[in-house]
Design a protein around this ligand. Sequence first.
Ligand SMILES: Nc1ncnc2c1ncn2[C@@H]1O[C@H](COP(=O)(O)OP(=O)(O)OP(=O)(O)O)[C@@H](O)[C@H]1O
Ligand SMILES: [Mg+2]
Length: 453
Amino acid sequence: MIGQTLKHYRIEELLGMGGMGVVYRARDTKLQRPVALKLLKPELIADPVRKSRFLVEAQSAAAVTHPAIASVYDIDEADGTMFIAMEYIEGRTVGRLISEGELDLRGAVEIGHQIAAGLARAHEANIIHRDIKSDNIMVTRDGHAKLLDFGLAKLLDPGLTEDDLPAEVSRTLTRERVHTIAGTVLGTTNYMSPEQARGRPVDSRSDIFSLGVVLYEMVTGELPFSRETALDTMHAIVFEEAKPVPSLRRNLPPQVHQIISRCLRKRPEDRYPDARHLADDLKRLEQTIETGTSLSLPAGERIRGWLESVKTSVPLGNKGLIILAAVLILAVAMLFTRVQWGSLVGPAFLAVFFYRLVRNRKRRMLTDFGKKISKLPEVKAVVIQDDRVTVVLDKAPAKTYIHINSQIESLNSKLFFGKPATVEIKDDLVDAELKRLIRQPGVVYVRNDIALE
Ligand SMILES: Nc1ncnc2c1ncn2[C@@H]1O[C@H](COP(=O)(O)OP(=O)(O)OP(=O)(O)O)[C@@H](O)[C@H]1O
Ligand SMILES: [Mg+2]
């Protein structure tokens, strides 16, 4: 296949193989950009009804755009092969990151949060993923999570009823994959929701269950319901409780277990009602993990943390705090002065003071961010120019990239106005490039072992 062309896509490299077909990296020669091309197995689309149902689903899935969802660019057919062109993600699947030990709790929660937010957007458009699993989530080289294959699982929907599923399944059972009579593949059963395992209709809460399985796997390294055969796994999903997360991993904040077990409830109505609620809980958990680590920080950092928590209890956050302070000071000033021209000098002075405070705040936050990340051993240099932070790293585990990104995102969420800050992480700079970079203005950190000459 390599070197061949399908329509205007030139196939360049094999990326992997899954239940629905083969995935290649290809070049879109019209738009001149890389794409991932998934060539569907012919048997999947042999049935015209199934094919047209799939096309409808794929069209609506392609309409959903979110930073945590890999975009679908195109669906087409050439030489009897149907293929899907989608956003090419340079990175690794969460499945791989787990097996390579590159995730920590914070990284797992951040990925869970990003994916839950993406799911919420898709669910609002009435699109259900149906095949959420760690191999369908990729983390980009710079630490962003992307959910793959939205809407594609519709092709695997066997349309069987509860009564005939177990018999069908047991006849052609393999350890990992379940083949139906039609020859289509249901994929791994490990992430199925109880309603999917029973062949019942699914809604968005089925995705919440599957994301719960992924969270469980990211946190403990184990799958909650994995058994010897696919049929046993499906039985466990429907009837057995997962081992509690804290029994597999100690010293976890209690919320981790609460959140995961709420996703894994057997009855959809006992789970999170929607992905937005799950995303909010994961965000809060992330903040708890952050402040938990700050307990061991010096007093200055702790006071800053305390101010942050005061801020969140005032409506409008930071903005609210400043408005409140300004109103209070103005009221006091009015009380003690008669309203004359001269009396306006005080408030005017205050206004200028506040303006400067706010204007410099982003700068301060960025400097703090630079200081914080320069403590990571892999960081070689940090350069801040206007709203742009460049971080030079040795090759680091994925969790490092995820942390750096989540910190800059939380910084941006605290800005009142102005352009959001961006971060560029460079882990492949050659010596000469690094030296050129650290001679520029805006350098806030250079690691000791980097020679300046
Ligand atoms: N958009 C993409 N960008 C980059 N790599 C991709 C992309 N889509 C898939 N891949 C790679 O191809 C591999 C196979 O993907 P595929 O979706 O066919 O299999 P799967 O996810 O294991 O199973 P399923 O068919 O159930 O989704 C993935 O593990 C991933 O490494
Ligand atoms: Mg996939």
